[in-house]
Design a protein around this ligand. Structure first.
Ligand SMILES: [Zn+2]
Length: 43
């Protein structure tokens, strides 16, 4: 059986669906795109 800690460690790195840039895990996990794409949408 896999422990919860082991489960999270095996998760693939978060990727921006817009540009494919790998992102660091953030507290605001509801944001799907990276900072660059998010600021692009603001304009
Ligand atoms: Zn992006």
């Amino acid at each position: 059986m896999m422990s919860p800690l082991e489960f999270f460690r095996t998760l693939p790195p978060k990727m921006c669906p817009e540009c494919g840039e790998h992102m660091h895990e953030q507290a605001e996990s509801y944001m799907m795109e990276c900072d660059r794409c998010l600021s692009k949408k603001d304009e």
